[in-house]
Design a protein around this ligand. Structure first.
Ligand code: TRP
Ligand code: SF4
Length: 397
């Protein structure tokens, strides 16, 4: 079996903050050691909403690459690149657009939602409607099996699966497929051939997914099959003659509960963020200025951590001993809020120290960052070209 491939992208909308770090990047850091990973800056996706400020996107793209490297993404482990540097994404997007029903795009829930959310901007554009399809091209072009995304992106992955299915159904026809598939079944030998036929019937007539899994296991263990025959048997099983584009699965990133400075979810639009590479003085100042339980007007007033946003940060950054110290000290007014905030400040600064150091290094070596991205681009393009060859061949163009 080949290793499952992971693909994900991020729109370059500005400096990353600790919410991105805890919500997305820590997960990517783990994945880069477990799978072959491709991570890209989705600059075209940013353009769907920021078409009036492309120069911002350009600037943010490089900054995002620095943020990723600073966070610890390792270019020797993961392939890092910029979407627009791999024009094959655009070619696949165009070809897919020919067979994508308009209704499918209009029905993607994020379409209306985002239009309403960004009401000040005219988003009744062709490009914005095509946002999910561009994302499908990003994923399908690498035949990715797993796509780490937040919950909000799950409808896009579902949409991508439908596009892959439709593509395979429309263009995955090999001349003489039925006959070739039947020949391949015979080659399995009497007993296995019968079992395969039985499982195939069970799936096709009753939609029994277990039968598909059993048939897959059966095919996996047979050594003497040619690659082409194996493919045919996989396809014949499920009624697709040939799988050209693979259906990906969402690898759901656990919803980040990273609280911002006011206790609400950390988000740029709420202005409650600490940047990934925020200067230490600024971090200290921001935490010191955080609101606390309003009942603690004077130092001697007892408080309740449940009513305090600082307590939420302790959940992320402090161990059990420290948290017990906070709970007891707050309720008895033994500690003041300044004392209570110090361990949070210390932990954030400690978390950021290696990040800041790496960021410094990469910022001083912009050529290095550009080289990392162009190496990544070359690797990504090799894979993308391979898929495009199969796609063009399947469509006969
Ligand atoms: N739409 C994604 C987001 O906003 C970013 C993205 C673009 C993406 N292309 C992708 C994510 C492909 C995963 C795979 O978060
Ligand atoms: Fe919040 Fe800590 Fe002050 Fe209690 S002591 S109100 S938990 S900052």
């Amino acid at each position: 079996m080949y290793a499952e491939r992971v693909v994900s992208g991020m729109r370059p909308t500005g400096a990353l903050h600790l919410g991105h770090y805890h919500g997305v990047l820590i997960n990517w850091l783990k994945l880069q050691h477990e799978y072959p990973c491709l991570f890209f800056v989705a600059d075209w996706h940013a353009l769907t909403t920021q078409y009036d400020a492309p120069e911002e996107i350009q600037k943010n793209t490089l900054e995002m690459a620095v943020d990723w490297l600073a966070a610890g993404l390792d270019p020797n482990q993961a392939t890092l690149f910029v979407q627009s540097h791999v024009p094959e994404h655009a070619e696949l997007h165009l070809l897919l657009s020919m067979m994508t029903p308009l209704g499918w795009l209009e029905r993607v829930p994020t379409y209306k939602e985002q239009q309403e959310k960004l009401a000040s901007k005219d988003l009744s554009t062709y490009g914005f409607l095509g946002y999910p399809l561009l994302m499908s091209a990003d994923i399908l072009i690498y035949r990715a099996d797993r796509v780490p995304v937040g919950e909000d992106q799950v409808p896009h992955i579902e949409f991508t699966r439908e596009i892959a299915r439709r593509f395979n159904h429309l263009y995955g026809r090999e001349p003489g497929f039925e006959e070739k598939a039947k020949e391949a079944v015979k080659k399995l030998g009497g007993k296995r051939a019968r079992l395969y036929d039985e499982l195939r019937t069970r799936f096709q007539q009753k939609g029994d997914k277990e039968a598909v899994e059993q048939a897959h296991a059966l095919l996996e263990e047979i050594q003497h099959l040619s690659v082409a025959d194996r493919e045919r048997l996989f396809g014949y099983l499920e009624g697709v003659s040939k799988m050209i584009l693979a259906e990906p699965e969402a690898l759901l990133t656990e919803a980040s509960r990273m609280p911002g400075l006011d206790g609400a979810k950390m988000s740029k639009s709420y202005g409650n963020c600490i940047a990934l590479r925020e200067a230490s003085e600024s971090v200290t100042k921001k935490i010191r200025a955080m609101p606390t339980d309003p009942a603690r007007i004077r130092r001697t007033d007892p408080g309740d951590p449940q009513k305090c946003p600082v307590w939420q940060l302790h959940q992320i950054y402090s161990d059990a001993t420290c948290r017990a110290w906070v709970e007891a000290g707050c309720q008895s007014a033994d500690i003041g809020c300044i004392d209570c905030k110090q361990p949070v400040i210390d932990s954030i600064l400690k978390e950021q120290a290696p990040i800041r150091e790496r960021a410094e290094y990469y910022r001083n070596n912009p050529t290095l960052v550009k080289n990392i991205l162009s190496d990544g681009c070359a690797k990504a393009r090799d894979l993308a070209r391979e898929t495009m060859r199969d796609v063009r061949e399947a469509m006969g163009i």
